[in-house]
Design a protein around this ligand. Structure first.
Ligand SMILES: Nc1ncnc2c1ncn2[C@@H]1O[C@H](COP(=O)(O)OP(=O)(O)OP(=O)(O)O)[C@@H](O)[C@H]1O
Ligand SMILES: CC(C)(CO)[C@@H](O)C(=O)NCCC(=O)O
Length: 319
């Protein structure tokens, strides 16, 4: 729910849509995905149905297509003004924010697939800001292993430099990769971002501001966004989804000998629930309240989920 000062006083910078009102904005477009394809994009313990794609993602896709086209027209207009195509095209950047376990990565993967499917001529890339976390070695040196996901656990300078380079149209940029399995940055492995038409940047920190001394120039990741989305859910649901996912990981990924959490594979279900609840309460919940939720009203669009990941409402910022 949008709870800005403005909302509390009866005005809001957002238009609110019920699921059915939003679904109507699809305007009859065909569904370009099958259930099989969709299931492969959805994260463990997240639930996205073809109805969600039809009701929520297809109207969103239509909106993004219109905004993207408008940005291309603006680019042409600028060239007319300059009298020559003196500036190269730069990627259109979409940010996706939200809590741990809300389903950001599924949202990002589905949008990427839908955009690419509708526009085979466009290159649509996706990165996660997990790659900009400091390696565990540095987090340990600084005594902040328990602060993973908090602002200070990211190399914010590297992230801002990357965003500035993307939006300057630089080719062949390398992004470090993070492994949830080893719980660390992967040595020697990077993802190459080579001036795509559209870049989706997903991470819990993408709408955050601050962290620099007051008198240095303030530049934020979101300064480089053309459009931003916050995936929202009540904290009770988030805690439940985090715990459910932890229990499922205990039966799957934690059993992998390379898993950082392999010691948790031996826990009884009761112990696993208690452990997940503690990690949620001491780390991810604190981060949600202090650093993630306060950024929600910076988003252009808020997707609100209810029980069982059901997408219930959409808020679109009035332009
Ligand atoms: N400890 C882990 N071991 C293996 N896989 C994990 C672990 N933690 C998370 N994952 C998987 O990695 C993917 C991304 O997880 P991540 O923590 O980035 O998502 P998130 O921040 O919780 O947000 P979201 O669920 O919104 O994508 C998910 O599919 C999740 O199931
Ligand atoms: C890597 C992040 C910060 C974000 O994806 C998160 O998944 C995480 O690992 N948080 C730290 C606490 C935990 O293990 O859940």
């Amino acid at each position: 729910m949008v709870t800005t000062f403005a909302a509390e006083h009866g005005v809001s910078p957002y238009l609110r849509f019920s699921r059915s009102d939003w679904a109507r904005l699809r305007n009859g477009a065909q569904l370009p995905l099958t259930t099989y394809e969709l299931d492969r994009m959805v994260s463990l313990n997240d639930t996205v149905s073809l109805d969600d794609v039809a009701d929520i993602y297809m109207p969103l896709l239509r909106l993004l297509q219109l905004y993207y086209e408008a940005s291309q027209q603006l680019y042409q207009v600028t060239n007319v003004f300059l009298g020559s195509p003196s500036q190269g095209r730069v990627p259109y950047v979409i940010g996706i924010a939200g809590s741990v376990a809300v389903g950001k990565s599924s949202t990002a993967r589905i949008l990427q697939a839908l955009l690419a499917r509708q526009h085979p001529e466009l290159a649509v890339d996706l990165i996660t800001t997990d790659g900009f976390l400091y390696p565990n070695r540095i987090l340990q040196e600084r005594g902040i292993m328990h602060r993973k996901g908090f602002p200070e656990s990211y190399d914010r300078r590297m992230l801002i430099e990357f965003m500035a380079n993307v939006k300057s149209g630089l080719p062949y940029l390398e992004v470090p990769l993070y492994s949830h399995l080893t719980y660390d940055i992967m040595p020697m492995l990077t993802q190459v971002i080579d001036c795509p038409d559209i870049l989706i940047v997903e991470g819990l920190n993408v709408l955050q501001r601050g962290g620099r001394p007051a008198r240095t120039p303030q530049v934020f990741v979101s300064d480089f966004f053309d459009f931003s989305i916050y995936v929202d859910a009540d904290e009770r649901h988030l805690q439940q989804w985090y715990i459910e996912r932890f229990i499922r990981l205990r039966e799957t990924a934690f059993r992998n000998p390379s898993s950082y959490f392999r010691r948790y594979a031996e826990l009884s279900e009761e112990e696993a629930i208690a452990t997940a609840r503690r990690i949620w309460r001491e780390i991810n919940y604190v981060n949600l309240k202090q650093n993630i939720e306060p950024t929600r009203e910076r988003a252009d669009l808020i997707l609100e989920k209810g029980e069982r990941h059901m997408l219930e409402q959409v808020y679109l910022r009035k332009l």
